[in-house]
Design a protein around this ligand. Structure first.
Ligand SMILES: [Zn+2]
Length: 134
């Protein structure tokens, strides 16, 4: 069972991970100002924490806190991506996209990066390091 203190630390870990991911949204002008946050729905489901956009969590998976910080970062990044892709920002958006291959990226947890399957597969940028459009 979680103690109150454990829950607070979980929330801090999630907020720290979200703070790393959030600048990546600036890579897409429509996403730069999304009201994205971590919400705790433990009163409704045991795993509790979700990434949300404007309080919506439909289509996204609860965050698994039983992970080290590196994997938790990857999980939060993937949840942010899911939230964007599921249209919680108001429309379906493929994000992020590899500029070289024009393909949607996925999170590679092992390298904490956004990766593309084009050209045999390559890392596009570290999580939190996507370039803003010039
Ligand atoms: Zn690519």
């Amino acid at each position: 069972m979680w103690t109150g203190r454990g829950r607070k630390r979980d929330r801090e870990r999630l907020l720290a991970a979200l703070a790393v991911v959030r600048p990546d949204l600036r890579s897409e002008p429509d996403l730069a100002d999304l009201p994205i946050e971590i919400v705790n729905l433990q009163d409704r489901m045991p795993s509790g924490f979700f990434v949300s956009i404007g309080k919506q969590v439909e289509g996204t998976e609860p965050l698994d806190l039983d992970r080290d910080d590196d994997l938790l970062l990857a999980e939060v990044a993937a949840a942010v991506q899911d939230s964007v892709m599921w249209g919680l920002a108001g429309k379906f958006t493929v994000w992020p996209v590899c500029d070289i291959h024009d393909l949607g990226c996925h999170v590679d947890a092992a390298s904490a990066s956004w990766s593309c399957n084009g050209g045999g597969g390559h890392a596009v940028a570290g999580i939190g390091q996507l370039n803003a459009p010039s």
